[in-house]
Design a protein around this ligand. Structure first.
Ligand SMILES: Nc1nc2c(ncn2[C@@H]2O[C@H](COP(=O)(O)OP(=O)(O)OP(=O)(O)O)[C@@H](O)[C@H]2O)c(=O)[nH]1
Ligand SMILES: [Mg+2]
Length: 258
């Protein structure tokens, strides 16, 4: 519990046998539910996760690999069903500092935001830690995602360290989730359409000496650009609709699509 609120953490994991035990051990004690979603790993991720003694742990498995976005959607649905009031995402590769979790959960618990997300660019020294390819790609995508989502104050669109209340979760789950690497951008576009309140929280970037990534840049660029361009088009259409028929934001749904 965090200030009387039930908190869940979703952990997407694909071939993280070397990191998953450490990730689970490091999740702060105030977290009530931990939902690991093993995305059809072919190493020992599932076995190691199941062996963990973490209180409140549920381990789910995709029978075939569906991508990080799909894994998070599975975890979100389980956390929602378990009654979590705040649901965070911490990747299974230990790249998210557990010390930042309180700062992410706080604005959601105190009702200042429906969705809080990490912003590693607000962390001093980010340019010394984050690889150049990630800095460049992230800056371009952050600007495009601002235009597509309407969250002009938000940056670091690719940061997956987030916390959401139930209404934000229901909005995110109200349609199909973008299954692979564009999922944070797609979530922001969907939340923007519902008028959800989003805040950025500085979080520490972690790229250790053994850092390896599953992102294949040439394979993700096309779908990601298509996603943000479609988001921009949809936002433009909503703007036109509003100027003709007056403001009518979509109400935030109370529960996910059944
Ligand atoms: N690569 C990959 N990761 C997945 C998949 N499904 C779940 N994940 C998990 O998603 C999390 C993020 O994956 P990474 O490939 O490290 O991507 P990232 O951390 O967002 O980006 P980097 O800055 O490149 O490390 C990890 O915990 C993965 O184990 C999948 O199909 N492919
Ligand atoms: Mg990673």
């Amino acid at each position: 519990m965090f200030k009387g609120h039930r908190v869940a953490v979703v952990v997407p994991a694909f071939n993280e046998a070397g990191k998953i035990a450490h990730t689970l051990r490091s999740i702060p004690g105030f977290v009530d539910h931990v939902v690991v979603v093993d995305d059809a790993s072919c190493d020992g991720t599932l076995r190691i996760a199941r062996r963990s003694q973490r209180r409140g742990l549920t381990v789910l498995r995709h029978e075939r690999n569906r991508g990080v976005g799909a894994a998070i959607a599975t975890g979100y649905a389980a956390a929602f069903a378990a009654g979590a009031e705040v649901t965070a995402v911490m990747a299974g590769d230990s790249q998210m500092d557990p010390a930042d979790l309180c700062a992410l959960v706080e604005p959601v618990v105190f009702g200042r935001a429906d969705y809080s997300k990490g912003n590693r660019f607000a962390w001093p020294g980010v340019y010394r830690v984050m690889p150049a390819s990630r800095v460049v790609g992230n800056i371009v995508l952050s600007h495009l995602t601002r235009l597509a989502s309407g969250y002009g104050h938000s940056f670091d669109s690719q940061c997956g360290y987030t916390a959401a209340n139930r209404r934000a979760l229901a909005a995110i789950l109200s349609g199909p989730m973008f299954p692979r690497y564009g999922y944070p951008n797609a979530i922001l576009c969907r939340l923007g359409a519902f008028g959800a309140r989003v805040v950025d929280v500085p979080v520490r970037p972690i790229y250790g000496a053994k850092w390896r990534s599953g992102i294949r840049i040439p394979r993700v660029v096309g779908p990601l650009l298509r996603l943000v361009l479609l988001g921009m088009g949809a936002r433009l259409l909503r703007g036109i609709q509003r100027s003709v028929w007056g403001p009518r934001p979509l109400p935030l749904p109370e529960s996910p699509r059944s």
